[in-house]
Design a protein around this ligand. Structure first.
Ligand code: TXA
Ligand code: MG
Length: 523
């Protein structure tokens, strides 16, 4: 099949060449053909729902599983309503707030919709796109069933070139209006149940939906990689989530961080994965934030960046193109990381995790490799945390690790001396603590540290509450070595034997940590 390409880039809508492109494409659609066209999210592959045989061709062109339903693209709420058997208040509220735009609504299907659009379901997906070409095409031709214009399983296309390269021999017309603005697909919201249910995060943020609709349920992470997760029966309402998606040709390992803002964990997680892969002799590409790319320059074989870590909008715009670009750098494996779950970041992470061939959880405070700056936190900063700090300095020195160490107390009175028992216990170990003066934990300490180790789980939670930015870098000392239920209890008021026991516990934990860091660094 010979594809016809119309470029309307830079053309005004009144330009005869623009209008001719829309007219010709509408004619092809009316004759049962397939047209790839831009929307504000990704390029779609459209067919008219009322032309017999046309929608079937979409499934064939994409090799799409026959039970994965399509979105019907309409001009507005009025047109959508005609395709639905019920039109709840929430639908009207969502349409008023977000249409035209990147929001797809799942509603009970009316007999006006042919079964092929959502095979075996009683529902239909409707969306009014905001892009001028999509709108003009729908106005000229009618409601369009349109999935993303990629072969099933591949990343969605954000440029006409992606469509031409991967589906060029299977479509009749491609309209090129440049890169899409949002870069990933619409949010899919199911309004058939008691409460709105988010089936796919996308261009409209969950928070925005909640502002307009009140409570919105979300599905737990998709079945694809949710090790040990109990399948949610509601997942059956989202057929698309059954399949692996968006995958680059190169195996993709995604380092998953906690969902908060945690650049340190992302960087550390990617770094150790890169080191592991290279150790096994593989060429490794990194896909991720500018900061991560910069940190890994020289450690990875290639780096593809998607903008600043905190700019999820830019990451969304570049993600699918980035997933294709990493295939072109000749790596054996790609390592990427998740972003903060805020705004469109939730959708970025969803796509990354679905694209992944493996997911690795970055341990909270993920520095598997020796961090350069460690902060110990206890309550008063007169015994446990200064003991731990002094001990780590000694052990790191013996192991040849160059680490800066501080300690502070959540409720410390500044300038107090260590307890005599702490001084004595350390002296018996050949370490001098006299000079220590207690310090109260400051925001600056939390920002400074690459790893924050607390004595107890309670202190960990306090630190995370005080400094959410540092939450991902904050763990208990015992957690860090894989003993999550253990606290280092306060020896204050105890006798020397009690202090010696505390010191022994600290030393046992710290020796394991130092050994691990030495091993990581040595290879
Ligand atoms: O941004 C977008 O939504 C793009 C552009 C082209 O509009 N379209 C798109 O279509 O992403 P597609 O087919 O790649 O993804 C549609 C998603 C799939 O996950 C599908 O399972 C789900 O919507 N879906 C469609 N109809 C549904 C229905 N009746 N019930 C539940 N999920 C449905
Ligand atoms: Mg798709």
């Amino acid at each position: 099949m010979k594809v016809r390409l119309y470029s309307v880039r830079g053309l005004d809508r009144r330009d005869p060449a623009y209008q001719r492109a829309i007219r010709e494409a509408a004619g092809v659609l009316a004759a049962g053909g397939l047209v790839a066209f831009p929307t504000e999210t990704v390029y779609g592959l459209g067919a008219l729902i009322h032309v017999p045989g046309a929608v079937e061709r979409i499934f064939a062109a994409k090799d799409r599983p026959a039970d994965n339903p399509l979105i019907v693209h309409v001009s507005d709420g009025r047109e959508a309503r005609r395709l639905c058997r019920r039109w709840p208040e929430a639908a009207q509220a969502a349409v008023d707030a977000f249409w035209p735009g990147p929001l797809t609504l799942i509603l009970p299907r009316s007999p006006a919709v042919p079964d092929i659009v959502s095979p075996g379901l009683t529902t239909v997906a409707v969306r009014a796109p905001a892009h001028r070409v999509a709108r003009d095409l729908i106005a000229a031709a009618g409601p369009l069933a349109a999935p993303s214009a990629n072969p099933s399983g591949r990343p969605s296309p954000t440029r006409a070139e992606h469509v031409l390269a991967e589906l060029g021999d299977r479509v009749d017309v491609v309209i090129d209006d440049g890169p899409t603005a949002i870069g990933l697909e619409s949010t899919v919201l199911d309004l058939t149940g008691e409460r709105p249910l988010l089936l796919r995060p996308g261009g409209v943020a969950l928070d925005s939906l909640r502002e307009v609709l009140g409570e919105v349920d979300i599905l737990p992470p998709g079945p694809v990689h949710a090790a040990g997760a109990v399948p949610d029966p509601r997942a059956a309402r989202s057929p698309g989530t059954r399949y692996r998606h968006y995958a680059p040709a190169t195996p993709l390992i995604v380092v998953r961080t906690g969902g908060g803002r945690d650049l340190a964990a992302a960087t550390a997680g990617v770094r150790s994965e890169v080191a592991r892969q290279r150790r096994d002799g593989r060429r490794v590409a990194v896909l991720g934030a500018d900061e991560v790319g910069q940190a890994l320059q020289g450690e990875a074989d290639a780096v593809v960046t998607l903008g600043p870590y905190t700019d999820a909008v830019q990451a969304a715009q570049g993600l699918f193109d980035g997933l294709r670009r990493v295939d072109a750098v000749g790596a054996d494996v790609v390592v990427a990381h998740t972003y903060p779950d805020l705004g469109v970041g939730l959708a970025v992470n969803d796509r990354l995790l679905r694209a992944a061939s493996q997911v690795r959880d970055a341990a909270p405070g993920a520095a598997r490799q020796a961090p350069r700056r460690v902060l110990f936190v206890c309550t008063g900063n007169t015994c446990r945390s200064p003991m731990a700090a002094a001990l780590l300095r000694a052990l790191a020195g013996e192991a040849g690790l160059d680490i800066e160490v501080r300690s502070a107390g959540i409720a410390a009175i500044a300038g107090g001396p260590p307890t005599p028992e702490a001084v004595a216990a350390l002296a018996a170990r050949g370490i001098v603590l006299e000079g220590h003066r207690s310090r109260r934990l400051q925001e600056e300490d939390a920002a400074w540290a690459e790893l924050i180790l607390t004595m107890t789980r309670h202190q960990r939670d306090q630190v995370r509450g005080l400094y959410p930015e540092a939450a991902g870098r904050t763990v208990t000392l015992a957690e860090y070595v894989g003993e999550p239920g253990v606290d280092v209890e306060d020896p204050i008021g105890g006798d020397e034997a009690r202090y010696r026991a505390t010191l022994a516990q600290l030393e046992r934990l710290l020796r394991r940590i130092v050994a691990r860091w030495r091993d990581e660094r040595g290879t």
